[in-house]
Design a protein around this ligand. Structure first.
Ligand code: ADP
Ligand code: MG
Length: 722
């Protein structure tokens, strides 16, 4: 290692304590290395001189070599301007200034060569460049004549006179000190295999490329490296765990599963459901702990898959547990499971924070003596000291709804051996039956409806195997989605009446519970009373996050049973709620919701055979991005397409899931949305390296081992996801 790159930034000319402080506070730059890795956000090609006859108004910045032959001042007030007649030896064009006219008159000379740099436009019907930069051709060094880097600066930096140019000067004086080769971080065999640029060359070219091609090769090398090390860390954790974590072998597909499949299943499984069940079964007989993510769009039938996988575990003498993010959802699962299983000899119980006293202790006993086969609960179940007789499978539903901390905890617990007092079989219970601890772990299945683009999933859940249900049960009609403005509710209300008269039910969803003056959002309670006036002939339920769980359930139940025709709700209903008779989802203030959330909400309808509708109601004033978002919703029902669009619109930093995962990937150049192919390459390469040398013991891989250790130190949170 060369430690010179760790030198403080103040060891560069022009950077005193004041500026150093600002650089650290604003851009996090403390050392030479930090500066080196502060990349320009764009380059402007100054490698080429244009002739005036080539210029068109749709060109970006261009430069022209020529002379001013004369100047002319004109116009009054705001139109006061100075026009120069610029001659390139062939043709004239206008150059116009509106400000600093006196300074220009004094400093710019006629019949002297200038390199003019600016954007061609039209002024007064003539080709003109307004407020160009003018450089003396003799002072233009080679580096300035080529691709010129532009660096981001903050408001505070600008106020202190620190511009992109200032940063460029720092960078160029840094490079003048780096007379040695910046040490490589990737082994030679990878650089060769992938035809990568060396790190030394890439770092220099990322700031001062000579051509656009060189710049893109440099960026590719640096992005690849960022992504590769992430994949290497994730995959090495995952592989290690795979080796260490012995899984119980569920070799029997037995009585309960077959009985259910042949006699209780109300409809045939979709091909996709069959496939993912097979994939999970293969995991569970492999002898390794299953760690699988099941992705499937809303309504794709994940619950049934969960139940059937649980039956496999039960047939092998184990207990199972499914965790839902909300009480409403947990209760709904209970109902669904009991409906599906009817009179089968399988004991399903619900345990939430609200279940107390005798009821609770009965359940606790049932868990300990093994008589409960399926436990359904919220995460509270896991936080309390719930003990199982023999837990073999844990399923986490709607995983994206769990916060970072909760998820980490769940993860930890589900990975404790099943003889741990919390998740698995207790030592005592083992002793009772005279068995020995077999050292296996409960299998883990995580289910999510938030479609995550593949490349992002590879990173966020890089250590999980992924199964996808990419097919909806037959007979569903795609939901028709419309966007309307909130100034004409009459038409909307007429539609609502039409649907209810046809025997259907309607959701009205609002973003917030409490009135917030600032955001001017509709208050659910106000709306509830308002809708009561609009629809005196109908019964209306209301649920929101501020209600007591029992109240909430009672209201929800009324809607589920069809007693009420309209449900007014906040996003508490976003996840999992299943009322097939509901055919209209009206989302008020739709502009306040993200794409993933809108898609989830829309998934609440279209569950029956009837045509369903989703109406996005928004304010008239919309940003371009919001408009685009709503437009995407009206154009597609495909969750993955929506997720890709979301990733492109907002970047992964904002994406639900990424945020909640709490993982700071610290990507400086790579973008998980745009650089999908590189993510794949990074993953394949990491896998290639680890296949050949799992522990990175080979001499060739010493660099990788070293760099990974550094990264693990820096990013504690990486271990969380693995
Ligand atoms: P999600 O994947 O969003 O959790 P659910 O499991 O709630 O979806 O399933 C949505 C609806 O589809 C439920 O009413 C369920 O009974 C039904 N369903 C599931 N699988 C099938 C199938 N193979 N054929 C028909 N309907 C199905
Ligand atoms: Mg579900």
């Amino acid at each position: 290692m060369n430690y010179e790159l760790d030198s403080a930034i103040t060891y560069l000319p022009g950077i005193g304590p004041q500026r150093a402080k600002l650089l650290e506070a604003e851009l996090g730059i403390k050392t030479w290395r930090d500066l080196l890795y502060t990349f320009p956000y764009k380059h402007i090609d100054r490698s080429r001189l244009y002739k005036i006859r080539e210029l068109t108004t749709d060109m970006p910045f261009v430069q022209v070599l020529g002379q001013f032959l004369s100047f002319e001042e004109g116009g009054q007030g705001r139109k006061h301007r100075l026009t120069g007649h610029f001659w390139d030896g062939e043709m004239f064009m206008d150059v116009t200034w509106f400000h600093g006219i006196n300074y220009i008159k004094k400093s710019v000379k006629v019949r002297k060569d200038y390199i003019l740099f600016g954007r061609p436009g039209v002024y007064g019907g003539r080709l003109s460049v307004i407020h160009p930069d003018l450089d003396n051709p003799e002072s233009m060094t080679l580096s300035k004549m080529s691709m010129q880097p532009y660096y981001s600066t903050t408001e505070r930096m600008k106020k202190a006179g620190m511009t992109s140019r200032t940063l460029e000067n720092f960078t160029s004086s840094l490079f003048s000190k780096l007379t040695w080769t910046i040490p490589e971080t990737l082994p030679g065999y990878l650089i060769e295999r992938l035809h990568l640029m060396s790190l030394d060359k890439a770092l220099r070219a990322a700031h001062y490329p000579t051509t656009a091609d060189e710049l893109s090769a440099a960026n590719m090398r640096l992005k690849f490296e960022e992504l590769f090390f992430i994949q290497l860390v994730i995959m090495s954790y995952a592989r290690k765990r795979q080796q260490e974590r012995v899984g119980r072998r569920f070799t029997r597909v037995g009585e309960q599963f077959n009985n259910f499949y042949h006699h209780y299943l109300p409809f045939p499984l979709t091909e996709a459901q069959k496939r993912v069940i097979r994939e999970m079964h293969a995991d569970m007989i492999s002898g390794h702990q299953m760690n699988r993510l099941l992705q499937g769009d809303v309504g794709s039938g994940k619950t049934l898959v969960a139940l059937m996988v649980m039956l496999i575990a039960i047939d092998n003498g184990c207990q199972t547990c499914i965790m839902a993010p909300t009480e409403i959802l947990a209760e709904q699962h209970l109902q669904t499971f009991r409906d599906f299983l009817r009179d089968m000899p399988i004991r399903v119980e619900l345990l939430t924070g609200n279940i107390k006293g005798k009821k609770r202790s009965a359940i606790e006993t049932g868990l300990l003596d093994g008589s409960i086969d399926i436990l359904i609960g919220t995460h509270a179940v896991i936080e309390d000291n719930v003990q199982f007789h023999d837990l073999g499978l844990v399923i986490i539903d709607e995983q994206h709804r769990f916060g970072v901390a909760q998820r980490a905890k769940l993860w930890e617990k589900s990975q404790t051996p099943s003889n741990s007092p919390v998740m698995g079989r207790t030592k005592e219970s083992l002793a009772l039956t005279g068995e020995v601890w077999r050292g296996s772990f409960p299998h883990v299945l995580v289910m999510t409806a938030t479609p995550i683009p593949r490349t992002l999933a590879m990173t966020l859940y890089g250590d999980l195997d992924v199964s996808v249900i990419d097919e909806l049960p037959p007979g569903r009609k795609p939901v028709r989605t419309m966007h309307i403005y909130d100034n004409q509710p009459e038409q909307l209300y007429r539609g609502v009446i039409r649907e209810i008269e046809a025997g259907h039910q309607v959701y009205f969803v609002y973003p917030l519970v409490q009135e917030s003056e600032k955001l001017d959002l509709k208050n659910v309670q106000d709306e509830f009373f308002h809708l009561k006036e609009v629809f005196p002939q109908y019964k209306i339920s209301m649920v929101h996050g501020k209600m007591k769980p029992t109240e909430k359930d009672a209201e929800m139940q009324k809607f589920v049973s069809g007693e009420t025709q309209i449900l007014v709700a906040t996003t508490v209903i976003e996840v999992g709620v299943n009322v097939p008779n509901a055919s209209v989802m009206i989302i008020q203030n739709a502009e306040r919701f993200g794409l993933a959330q809108l898609h989830q909400l829309r998934g609440r309808v279209g569950r029956g055979a009837e045509q369903s509708y989703c109406i996005l109601v928004s304010n008239f004033k919309l940003s371009a991005e919001t408009r685009k978002r709503l437009q995407i919703m009206t154009e597609t029902n495909d969750g993955f397409e929506i997720a890709e669009a979301d990733l492109k619109l907002r970047g992964p930093g904002d994406l639900e899931g990424t945020q909640q995962s709490g993982i700071a990937f610290n990507l400086k150049l790579a973008n998980l949305g745009r650089d999908g192919q590189l993510v794949q390459l990074a993953r394949d390469t990491a896998s290639y390296v680890l296949d050949a040398d799992p522990e990175l013991q080979a001499k060739d891989n010493a660099l990788l081992r070293h760099h990974m250790q550094e990264l693990k130190k820096e990013h504690r949170d990486w271990s969380q996801i693995s």
